[in-house]
Write a protein that binds this ligand. Structure first.
Ligand code: AMP
Ligand code: ZN
Length: 139
């Protein structure tokens, strides 16, 4: 299934070019055109899903099967010792392209890619409340 208005579906269909890194029956990896670091890559399902939680478990498993190898190859090719995997769901989470994608971002010492990671703390009891709210939806 593809979406005629989706830029990543057009890449899957070969209607828009990409710098392809990897392809199998379910997944395609290519370089991001707006890299936050050289080698910044995207791994996408060939089927159109907007957000990760829309994906059936088997489709997600098929997509992620190649992530370790693609991530490792990207980092190695760029001479990096590490990489981040980022995956945005929804506009509020900075998702701009509405087709599931995993960012693979090679990291070097002193590079310019920084997170704002405002680690907080829970009020007493709040952690248990949240954990129960999530568990009840997974039961
Ligand atoms: P996100 O904010 O998680 O939706 O990220 C979307 C990413 O897609 C951005 O990093 C863009 O640079 C990238 N992108 C958009 N169009 C293309 C394209 N035609 N080829 C490669 N990457 C693209
Ligand atoms: Zn799509």
């Amino acid at each position: 299934m593809s979406d005629s208005d989706c830029i990543f579906c057009k890449i899957v269909a070969g209607e828009i070019p990409c710098a392809k890194l990897y392809e199998d029956d379910s997944a395609l990896a290519f370089l991001d055109i707006g890299p936050v670091a050289e080698g910044h890559a995207l791994l996408i399902p060939k089927t159109h899903y907007v957000t990760l939680d829309e994906m059936p478990a088997d489709a997600a498993a098929d997509l992620l099967r190649s992530l370790p190898a693609v991530g490792g190859a990207v980092a190695e090719a760029l001479g990096c010792e590490g990489f981040n995997v980022l995956q945005n769901n929804g506009a509020v989470a900075q998702q701009l392209v509405g087709h599931v994608h995993f960012h693979i971002i090679p990291r070097s010492v002193g590079d310019e890619f920084h997170f704002n990671w405002p680690a907080g703390a829970y009020e007493p009891g709040r952690m248990d409340e949240i954990a129960e709210a999530v568990r009840s939806r997974l039961a």
